[in-house]
Design a protein around this ligand. Sequence first.
Ligand code: PLP
Length: 430
Amino acid sequence: MTATMTNATLVERARQVIPGGVNSGNRVLPWPIAFVRAEGAYLFDADDRQYLDYHAAFGPIILGHNHPQVNAAVAEAMSRIDIIGAGVTDLEVELADRLNRHIPCAERVLLTNSGSEATYAALRLARAVTGRNKIIKFQGTYHGWHDAVLMNVISPPEKIGQHDPLSLGMLPDVIRHTIVLPFNDTEAVADTLHRQGEEIAAVLVEVIPHNIGCVLPRPEFLQALRDLTRQHGVMLIFDEVITGFRHALGGYQSIVGVTPDLATFAKAMANGFPIAALAGRAELMDRFAPGGGVFFAGTYNGHSIGVAAALATIAELESGEVHAHCFALAQIAADGLMQIAAELGIPLTVARFGSVFVPYFMEPAPIENYTDLFRNNTARDLWFRKTMCEHGIFMIPTALKRNHVSAAHTRADIDRTLEIARQVLRAMPA
Ligand code: PLP
């Protein structure tokens, strides 16, 4: 590394060679930062600044960055087998076995490289087995970058109730087959299935819509989705890309006791290494090629790097100690933030589930769907995050985004976060 590699020079060079200077549209930061190292709970930038990381790369990091056991498993696998692209590897068989054991809906598993590929394959399979084209998703959920789902994620009030594609260049013919409904609204789902059930292939749901923070399903909502989809011959797909492994090894489905037909996993599954999975009932999954007529392929599917990392991550999670540690610290962080805000007279509520906590700058009130979050004070939300980052606490400065506690966070990290949050909130402009 040369002395000229500062945040400013790297970000300037990035802007010249990478569109917008980032490899994913939602990584843009309000200041020039180029990261050069990540270790445990900490990130380090090119100017030698250190940040306590709550962003966790949008969720994959559950054990902490650069985890020694995961790295060792990857290195061991790579010393033996990288990629073959024919038949199957011993590692792939071991991982599929492990996933089938932990995930309630899993009788068969397929591996992809990203959550988007997994949700794409799930929808293709649902269309194939039902012979229907339409799908239902919910306002505020994100399921990846493909045309059938990339809509109505962060919609302005005037777009609620209509299609709100997130990108130019999406195919209108694909968009029109997606029906968007309010999360937690059983009646809206029942009504839509009653009227159009015979055209609908799948209900695709982020079981906890974590892309808008932490909005919990009502206790009866997921069960109602299960009952209604079964009645109408519709596939129920749980998107557990964020919730899987982070909240429980078997995903949120193992916590609520509702088993979907298919489910997608990624992120915390391999502590940051690229891998995702689609799991489901055997009779459905066996419709994929080569046995059935549903095409499924990918040069890097089941690459030993991701598979070895997933096996090592799952081994670390199996004792339950990681989850207990992360959940307890996240609870302290959430309670502490609410306590500080109450003392300072600032309207703030913190939604938490497991290791995820999200401050919403609004009076405590039930948050059941996307439109409830219009009460969040976005200016305060962004100012708080940005100022925390300036004080070395990395909470990505994007409204409604999650904070994640990893096994590498300590009680001292949380206490320091709360001390800084107190200073920051005290200085918050009215
Ligand atoms: N599903 C959910 C719930 C997600 O949060 C994401 C990504 O954030 C995806 C799917 C897409 O996953 P990927 O970014 O790996 O394609």
